[in-house]
Design a protein around this ligand. Sequence first.
Ligand SMILES: [Zn+2]
Length: 60
Amino acid sequence: MGKKGDALMGKLYEILFGCRHVHLTFPITAGEARGTYVVCLDCGKEFPYDWTQMKIGRVA
Ligand SMILES: [Zn+2]
């Protein structure tokens, strides 16, 4: 299997087991209204990031 097959297997894994969100971007600050968040590079989901606790906050 080539690269395309690997990507397909990854997608299948996500569908079957859900994304574990292990590959996250560095926290992005989007301004007062949105605050700071990180984005999962695998599924594209955004998570609020709490600077005061230095961890990912509750998923909205
Ligand atoms: Zn994810």
